[in-house]
Design a protein around this ligand. Structure first.
Ligand SMILES: NC(=O)c1ccc[n+]([C@@H]2O[C@H](COP(=O)([O-])OP(=O)(O)OC[C@H]3O[C@@H](n4cnc5c(N)ncnc54)[C@H](O)[C@@H]3O)[C@@H](O)[C@H]2O)c1
Ligand SMILES: [Zn+2]
Ligand SMILES: [Zn+2]
Length: 346
């Protein structure tokens, strides 16, 4: 089968590989029907994910059909349509039992698929711990509707959850990339009083204005965001800030726009260490929450999609076939043609 493979820093290539087989009784083999490209795939390509193993098939955001299962798999069976979780987790260790599945102590725990073990930008993928790593897609939910369940939607859901958002709150989301918009959709479910989105790309600002007209949009390249947030909130700053941009200025913007005693959720990953200037923050009494996504609410996410409460289909701005994946990466990486997400049909 053709598999999009991490060759070395700076190089991904479609290569011919044998189809995967079950190695452990808890594994399943999934026939991928639709995959996507994530910003983290680009981080692997650029060599900024040291754990990524050259030679692996990339891709950790996909849906498909269960082809076969190991003898200890109970939840899924051949023929089930499933969303694949970016996280591999045993479900039994201390961290899994507390919902911190990103820190599962299994040797393949956390983000393994498409990073340390073969992922899903190909025809078949082996999913370890299939009972926790796969979620059955309700019949009424299409592949395109379910595509982001296991990665960026799980991330947005987790970010909104740990943000502890109340109905009187003003929530600031920094960055309206695919993950920022998924975060926005999940924040909307919490019904805060106000949502402000800060985004530097005018096309993405327009996307948010067009699709989510109740949201205030501010572009830091045109407007002083700190002043804007102060003006559009009740207590001198946002009650909750979720930083989903990960650029040079966005971390600083996150804590500066927060009111005293606010919660600041850092979803973004940075290329460089960020400065926490504690003397300047003295008296602000902020709570920072950071981390890799704990993707343990995917059944709930699929239920919300099924009920029409979350719809991410507008994010799929472009569709390619697996044979065109090179071009799909080029477009996604260079943010050409107003791209937000690409779907890759296998
Ligand atoms: N913690 C996790 O588990 C997890 C999971 C998924 C993604 N992420 C991270 O989330 C971040 C966003 O992911 P994405 O796929 O949406 O990436 P993206 O690069 O498409 O989105 C970032 C957006 O932020 C905007 N931006 C840049 N600087 C800004 C600034 N100063 N103010 C406002 N907006 C600004 C960009 O224009 C872009 O639209 C990345 O850092 C990614 O690595 C983390
Ligand atoms: Zn990802
Ligand atoms: Zn575990």
């Amino acid at each position: 089968m053709l598999a999009y493979t991490y060759i070395k820093k700076g190089e991904f290539k479609l290569t011919e590989k044998p189809e995967p087989v079950i190695k452990d009784p808890k594994d399943a083999i999934v026939r991928v029907t639709l995959a996507s490209i994530c910003t983290s795939d680009l981080h692997i390509k650029h060599g900024s994910v040291p754990r990524a193993v050259p030679g692996i098939t990339v891709g950790h955001e996909m849906v498909g059909v269960v082809e076969s299962v190991g003898s200890e798999v109970k939840k899924v069976k051949p023929g089930d349509r499933v969303a694949v979780n970016v996280e591999t987790f045993c479900g039994e260790c201390f961290f899994c039992r507390h919902g911190f599945v990103n820190n599962c102590t299994d040797e393949n725990g956390g983000w393994a698929l498409g990073c340390r073990i073969d992922g899903g930008q190909t025809k078949y993928v082996r999913v370890p711990y299939a009972d926790t790593g796969l979620n059955i897609i309700p019949d009424a939910v299409s592949d395109r509707q379910a595509l982001f369940t296991g990665d960026i939607l799980a991330t947005g859901y987790w970010a909104a959850k740990i943000g502890d958002i109340g109905n009187d709150d003003t929530v600031l989301i920094i960055g309206a990339g695919p993950t920022g918009i998924c975060t926005l959709l999940c924040v909307m479910l919490k019904s805060p009083k106000r949502i402000i989105v800060s985004e530097t790309d005018p096309l993405r600002c327009d996307f948010v204005r067009e699709h989510y007209p109740d949201v205030e949009v501010v572009n830091p390249l045109e407007t002083d965001v700190e002043a804007f947030v102060k003006e559009h909130s009740d207590h001198g700053g946002a009650d909750v800030v979720i930083e989903v941009a990960g650029s040079e200025k966005s971390f600083e913007s996150a804590w500066k726009c927060a009111r005293p005693n606010a919660t600041v959720v850092i979803v973004a990953l940075y290329d460089r260490p960020q400065v926490l200037p504690l003397p300047d923050m003295y008296g602000k009494n902020l709570t920072f929450k950071t981390g890799g996504v704990d993707g343990c609410d995917c059944d709930e996410i699929l239920r919300l999609i099924n009920d029409g409460k979350i719809d991410t289909t507008a994010l799929i701005t472009h569709t390619f076939s697996l044979s065109e994946i090179e071009r799909a990466y080029e477009l996604f990486e260079n943010k050409e043609d107003g791209v937000i997400k690409v779907a890759v049909e296998v």
